[in-house]
Design a binder for this molecule. Structure first.
Ligand code: ADP
Length: 467
C-alpha cells in the first residue's frame, strides 16, 4: 500500500513541480503503434498524452486494408488451422525479409502477435480468422473484421474508444519538433501548435510517428530508382520521427529498405489490398496472360509487374471474391475496378485479347481442380474463379512501407550509435527498423504496431516509474 503511494507521488511529480506541463510518458503519433503504446502505458500506471501533428488521427493505420497476422490464436485454431506456430511464423517472415530481419525483434513479434490479437479482441475488435494465405506465408494466419472490411479502421475504433475511456488526451495539430534531453536522458518534447512552440516535460517519450513513404526526397535519397513512383501513404508519412531520433543520437537500421506494393492505382496511389490475391484473385498482363505466382512476396510480385508491357497488370476476380471481401465494393464504387458480365465483355473493357483471357481462365480452372498450378506454382487456389460477373483493376507498383528506421531492442528502447539505449526514448511501429528486414510480409504491419506499441508503452511506463 505504502509502496504504491510512493510510486504514485513519483509519477505525478513532473506535473506538480515543474513549470511546464508534464507527463510520465509522451507518445508522439496517433497510429496503431502510438495508441497501443499510450493505452498500455496508462494501464501500467503512467500519466500519458498523445501528440498528433495532423488534424486527423490514425496515420497510415487508417489504410491498413489486409489483416493482422498471428500464429496460434483461438480463431485460427477454431478454423482448423492447427499446424501454425511462432516458429513457422518466424521462418516465413525471415525468408520473406531476405534474412535481413533482426532475429531478436522478429522472435518478439512472432511470439507475441497472438497476445496482441487477443488484446484487441478483449478491447472489442470483431475479429475472425481469414481463410487464404497472403504472399510469402506458408499457412493462413490473417485476422480481421468478420464482415470482411479493412483491419485498420477496426483497430483504430477499439483503440480510440479505449483511450477515451481511459481519459487519454489525443491532441491533434500538435507537431513534435524536438526531443529535449537533460543530462543524457529524455526530459520532454518541443511541440508546435497553433499557439506556437511549447515544451512538455516527460520522463519518457515514445516515438510512434510512422514511416517516410510520402517523403519523395527521403525515399529517393535512399533509393534513387524509386523517383516518380506513386505512394499509398497518407501525406503525414514524412519520416519526422527518424529525424527526431537522429537529432538525439539514435542509430538507424535498414533505412534503404523500402517496399513497393504491386497493386496500386497509378492515378492516386490508392492501394488494392493483397487480401484480394489471398482470396483468389489473379493478375494478367496486356496480352491477357498470367505471368507469375500471385502469392509471391510483394517485392517479387512488383518486379514481375514492372517487367510486363507498360509496367502494369490487371488484377481480376470474380463475384465470389467480391462477396467475400468487403473492400471490393469500395474499389467498384470508387471507380478503381470495372465490372463485366462475362470474360468476353471484360476483355473488351480492359482491352486484352478475349481468346487469350478465356484460355488463361480455363487453364486456371484446371489448376484449381487439380490444385496444381503447373504454369506458375501458386501454392494455394481457394477459388475456381468462375462465378460471373468479373471485375478487373489496373494496377502498378507503388511505394508502400518503409522497413527501415530507428534501431530498437526488444524492449522498444531506441539505440544510440554506440549501441546503448538512449535513456527514456522508446519507439514502435513503422518508425523503427529491423522487424521486417528487406521486405514486409502483408499482415505483419498491424501485428508489429500493436505488439511493439504495447511493449513500448509498458517499458516507457516502467522507465518513468523508476526515474
Ligand atoms: P504506425 O503504423 O507505425 O502506428 P502511422 O502512420 O499509423 O504509423 O501513425 C503515425 C502517426 O504519427 C501519424 O498519424 C503521423 O501523422 C504522426 N506523426 C508523424 N510525425 C509526427 C510529429 N512530428 N509529431 C506528431 N505526430 C507525428
Amino acid at each position: 500500500m505504502q509502496l504504491k503511494h510512493i510510486a504514485f507521488l513519483t509519477l505525478s511529480a513532473v506535473s506538480t513541480f515543474a513549470m511546464a506541463e508534464g507527463f510520465d510518458v509522451v507518445v508522439v503519433g496517433s497510429g496503431g503503434a502510438g495508441l497501443s503504446s499510450a493505452i498500455t502505458a496508462k494501464e501500467s500506471g503512467a500519466t500519458v498524452v498523445v501528440l498528433e501533428k495532423m488534424a486527423y488521427i490514425g496515420g497510415n493505420s487508417n489504410f491498413a486494408s489486409g489483416g493482422m497476422n498471428a500464429a496460434g490464436t483461438k480463431q485460427q485454431l477454431a478454423a482448423g488451422v492447427t499446424q501454425d506456430s511462432p516458429e513457422l511464423f518466424y521462418k516465413d517472415t525471415m525468408k520473406g525479409g531476405h534474412n535481413l530481419n533482426n532475429p531478436a525483434l522478429l522472435k518478439t513479434l512472432t511470439e507475441n502477435a497472438k497476445y496482441a490479437e487477443e488484446w484487441l479482441v478483449d478491447l472489442g475488435a470483431k475479429f475472425c480468422f481469414r481463410k487464404g494465405r497472403g504472399g510469402g506465408q506458408s499457412i493462413a494466419r490473417g485476422h480481421g473484421p468478420c464482415d470482411g472490411s479493412a483491419v485498420g479502421p477496426e483497430i483504430l475504433r477499439v483503440l480510440t474508444e479505449r483511450a477515451a475511456k481511459d481519459g487519454i488526451a489525443i491532441r491533434t495539430e500538435n507537431q513534435v519538433v524536438k526531443i529535449v534531453m537533460k543530462n543524457g536522458a529524455v526530459a520532454g518534447v518541443e511541440v508546435k501548435t497553433e499557439d506556437g512552440v511549447k515544451t512538455i516535460d516527460a520522463r519518457a517519450v515514445v516515438l510512434a510517428t510512422g514511416g517516410f513513404g510520402a517523403n519523395q526526397a527521403m525515399v529517393t535519397k535512399y533509393r534513387p530508382e524509386l523517383k516518380g513512383f506513386s505512394t499509398t501513404n497518407h501525406p503525414g508519412a514524412l519520416g519526422e520521427g527518424i529525424k527526431l531520433g537522429e537529432d538525439v543520437g539514435a542509430s538507424l537500421t535498414d533505412i534503404e529498405q523500402i517496399q513497393i506494393h504491386p497493386s496500386v492505382i497509378k492515378r492516386d496511389g490508392h492501394l488494392i489490398s493483397e487480401s484480394m490475391r489471398a482470396r483468389g484473385a489473379i493478375m494478367v498482363n496486356q496480352k491477357g496472360e498470367r505471368f507469375c505466382n500471385e502469392l509471391l512476396t510483394r517485392d517479387v510480385v512488383s518486379q514481375h509487374v514492372l517487367k510486363q508491357p507498360g509496367g502494369y497488370a490487371y488484377l481480376i476476380y470474380d463475384q465470389s471474391i467480391f462477396d467475400s471481401n468487403k473492400l471490393s465494393r469500395g474499389y467498384y464504387k470508387d471507380g478503381y475496378s470495372v465490372k463485366a458480365e462475362n470474360l468476353d465483355e471484360l476483355a473488351q473493357k480492359i482491352k486484352v485479347p478475349a481468346k487469350t483471357l478465356k484460355a488463361t481462365f480455363a487453364a486456371y480452372k484446371k489448376a484449381y481442380d487439380t490444385q496444381k498450378d503447373t504454369a506458375f506454382g501458386r501454392p494455394e487456389m481457394v477459388i475456381a474463379l468462375d462465378k460471373a460477373p468479373y471485375y478487373a483493376a489496373q494496377i502498378t507498383p507503388g511505394i508502400h512501407h518503409t522497413m527501415g528506421g530507428l534501431t530498437i531492442n526488444t524492449k522498444a528502447e531506441v539505440q544510440s550509435k554506440a549501441g546503448k539505449s538512449i535513456p527514456g526514448l522508446f519507439a514502435a511501429g513503422e518508425v523503427t527498423g529491423g522487424v521486417h528486414g528487406g521486405n514486409r510480409i502483408g499482415g505483419n504491419a498491424v501485428a508489429d504496431i500493436v505488439t511493439f506499441g504495447r511493449i513500448a508503452g509498458k517499458d516507457a511506463a516502467a522507465y518513468a516509474k523508476a526515474h
